[in-house]
Design a binder for this molecule. Structure first.
Ligand code: HPA
Length: 270
């Protein structure tokens, strides 16, 4: 795996991806942040050696390199989900590559269901912690010390300084943001009412099908992580309605401009 990652990073360096500082994983319907990037390179995943190629509609599958608010960034337009059938090593492969390119800060975004009764559809939530309920751990198996230690410290999964900076940014821009715990389930089914209740009882504020494997692998390599969720539907007693992938995309899209403004100002201050 190490050699494959090295080969992919070498390829990207050779085509001109030079000293990026910040990695971004764009979740469902949040691809709009790309419009804020002065793009220097846009590489379809299928042209990148060893890269998995994503299949879900709404995830286009392009690696973007460019400048966002004066910082060199690499953004994944389209991520790999465990429910698609990828191995955890494939889901997290691009994060390993980002690290090998020299990236030390990662921002992840996603669409998710809110179970906190204070939440409404369209809310933006800063992820301040997570609960990993995926059926497989991305660090299971032999540990490669070149990436990081066997037992990974998780006392600060989401970087506190970046959380404070985003809160200050939101305050300055007069944008309301929520904060909470993200719980990851494998999907691809959305939750039953009983499962939403379980998620809430477990102490989470939101539930989704991604993000946590990427953050765990980033923490393995000592990266600082920051995450934003858009609440696209509610798993709250009395407010549970039919959900579909399309409805999730529409709801995420409606918050896209707001998120883009937040991220642009946030990165400028980093
Ligand atoms: N549950 C899980 N994943 C999701 C949801 C949800 O309610 N909404 C968007 N992604």
């Amino acid at each position: 795996m190490y050699e494959k990652i090295k080969e992919t990073a070498r390829f990207l360096k050779d085509i001109g991806i030079d000293k990026p500082e910040f990695g971004i994983v764009l979740g469902t319907g949040l691809g709009g942040i790309v419009k804020m990037i002065e793009i220097e390179k846009s590489i379809p995943y299928h042209d990148i050696p060893n890269f998995p190629v994503s299949t879900v509609t709404g995830h286009s599958g392009t690696l973007i390199y460019g400048e966002l608010s004066g910082k060199k960034v690499v953004a994944m337009q389209g991520r790999f989900h465990y429910y698609e059938g990828w191995e955890m090593s494939e889901v997290t492969f691009p994060i390993r590559v980002m690290h090998m390119l020299g990236i030390t800060k990662l921002m992840v975004s996603n669409a998710c269901g809110g179970v906190n009764p204070d939440f409404k559809v369209g809310d933006i939530m800063i992820i301040n912690d997570h609960i990993n309920m995926m059926p497989e751990h991305p660090l299971r198996g032999e540990n490669d010390e070149r990436f990081g230690p066997r037992f990974v410290d998780m006392h600060e999964p989401y970087n506190r300084k970046m959380i404070s900076l985003m809160k200050a940014t939101a305050f300055d821009l007069k944008i309301e943001v929520k904060e909470g715990i993200y719980l990851a389930l494998q999907g691809p089914t959305f939750e039953t009412p009983a499962e939403y209740r379980m998620v809430k009882l477990m102490g989470a504020d939101a539930v989704g099908m991604s993000t946590v494997p990427e953050v765990i692998v980033a923490k393995h390599m000592g990266m600082d992580c920051f995450g934003l969720s858009v609440i696209t539907d509610l798993g709250i007693e009395g407010k549970i309605e039919e959900v579909s992938h399309e409805a999730v995309q529409v709801a995420a899209k409606s918050s896209e401009m707001t998120i883009s403004r937040l991220v642009e100002a946030f990165i400028a201050k980093l």
